[in-house]
Ligand binder design. Structure first.
Ligand code: PEP
Ligand code: MG
Length: 321
C-alpha cells in the first residue's frame, strides 16, 4: 500500500470518472511545509497561526510574523496557502493577554471576536500577512465567523491596512482571496448570503459538529454525540457547498472530517472542492478518491441525506463505496 501511495506524490487528485478535487494540508508552523510537499499536498488549506502566539510571554512582532508567513508562501511556490488569522480562546490560551476566565470558553470571547476588539493585535497580523502576500499565492481566512457583520468588519480592517501599506509604497498582492471558516451553525445556515461576499468557505467540522450537536469536542462523556456522519452535519455541509457554487465560489473543508475515509466519498459526491487534512492523510485519500466514481455517489446522495441515523449512513458508505 505504501508503495502504491508513493507513486501518487506528484499526481493530481482525480476520481475514477475524471473529477478533480484538491488535497491540501493543515499546518501549524513553517517547518511543517516539508511534510506537505513530501506527501504531495496541492496546497496548504489551513495554517493555524496561533502557534506563533503560543509558548512565549509576549505577542509576536509584525516582523516575526511576516517572516513565518513568507517562509510558508515561498516554500509552497505557486500552490495556494490559506492562512487563518488568530484563533485563540476556547481550548487555546495566551497567558500574556490576561483574558477573563469564562464559564463557557468555547462560546466566549475568542478568535475573530477577540481580534475585532483587540485591533492593534489584529492589524499587526494583517499587515504581516499583506506584506507576505507579495511572495506567493496567499488566501486569508477569518475563524469563528457567526454573522455577516463580523466578516464585513474584519474585511474592512484588512482593506484599510492594505491601503495604508500601498500608500507607504509596500508591495501587496492584488489577488488575495478573502474567505471564512464555516464552523458555527448560523453561518452554515446563512451560507447563501455569505457566498455573495466571501471568496471562499472552509468548513471547520471540528467546531461545526460540536456547536451543531451541543457536545463539547473535548468531553469524553458526550463524545457519542460527536458524529461527523450525522445526517444533520451532512445537510449543513451540503448547504455550504451548494451556496458557494451558486455564486461561483469554492468550498473546502479543514476539519478532521476532510481526511476521514468514511466521509471522503460523501464529500466528493457533494462536490467539495478542497480537502485539507494532516499531511500524512493526503496520499491515502488520493488513492481512495482515484477508485471512487463521483457520479455513482451523486446518485445516492438523496438517499444518504434522508437517512435517519448516523449508523445508517456509515453502514451504507462501507457497503457501497
Ligand atoms: C475546525 O474547527 O474544524 C478547525 C479546523 O479549526 P480548529 O480545529 O483549529 O478549531
Ligand atoms: Mg475551529
Amino acid at each position: 500500500q505504501k508503495a502504491e501511495w508513493a507513486k501518487l506524490v506528484n499526481e493530481a487528485t482525480t476520481s475514477e470518472d475524471g473529477h478533480h478535487a484538491e488535497l491540501a494540508a493543515n499546518i501549524g508552523t513553517p517547518a511543517d511545509v516539508q511534510g506537505v510537499l513530501e506527501n504531495g499536498g496541492e496546497g496548504v488549506g489551513l495554517y493555524r497561526t496561533e502557534f506563533l502566539y503560543m509558548g512565549r510571554d509576549q505577542l509576536p512582532t509584525e516582523e516575526e510574523q511576516y517572516n513565518a508567513y513568507k517562509e510558508v508562501l515561498v516554500k509552497m511556490g505557486e500552490k495556494p496557502v490559506v492562512i487563518r488569522t488568530l484563533d485563540i480562546g476556547g481550548d487555546k490560551e495566551l497567558p500574556y493577554l490576561d483574558l477573563p476566565k469564562e464559564m463557557n470558553p468555547f462560546l466566549g470571547f475568542r478568535a475573530i471576536r477577540l481580534c475585532l476588539e483587540e485591533q492593534d493585535m489584529f492589524r499587526t497580523q494583517l499587515r504581516a500577512l499583506l506584506r507576505a502576500s507579495a511572495h506567493g499565492n496567499l488566501k486569508i481566512m477569518f475563524p469563528m465567523i457567526a454573522t455577516l457583520d463580523e466578516f464585513r468588519s474584519a474585511k474592512g480592517i484588512l482593506l484599510e491596512e492594505k491601503e495604508k501599506l500601498k500608500a507607504e509604497g509596500t508591495e501587496v498582492s492584488d489577488s488575495i482571496e478573502i474567505g471564512i471558516m464555516v464552523e458555527i451553525p448560523s453561518t452554515a445556515v446563512m451560507a447563501d448570503i455569505f457566498a455573495k461576499e466571501v471568496d471562499f468557505f472552509s468548513i471547520g467540522t471540528n467546531d461545526l459538529i460540536q456547536y451543531t450537536m451541543a457536545a463539547d469536542r473535548m468531553n469524553e462523556q458526550v463524545s457519542y454525540l460527536y458524529q461527523p456522519y450525522s445526517p444533520a452535519i451532512l445537510r449543513l455541509v451540503k448547504m455550504v457547498i451548494d451556496a458557494a457554487h451558486k455564486e461561483g465560489k469554492w468550498a473546502g473543508m479543514c476539519g478532521e472530517m476532510a481526511g476521514d475515509p468514511i466521509a471522503i466519498p460523501i464529500l466528493l459526491g457533494l462536490g467539495l472542492d478542497e480537502f485539507s487534512m494532516s499531511a500524512t492523510s493526503i496520499l491515502p485519500a488520493r488513492s481512495q478518491i482515484a477508485k471512487l466514481s463521483k457520479e455513482k455517489i451523486e446518485s445516492s446522495l438523496d438517499q444518504i441525506l434522508n437517512m435517519s441515523t448516523t449508523a445508517e449512513v456509515e453502514a451504507f458508505v462501507k457497503e457501497n463505496f
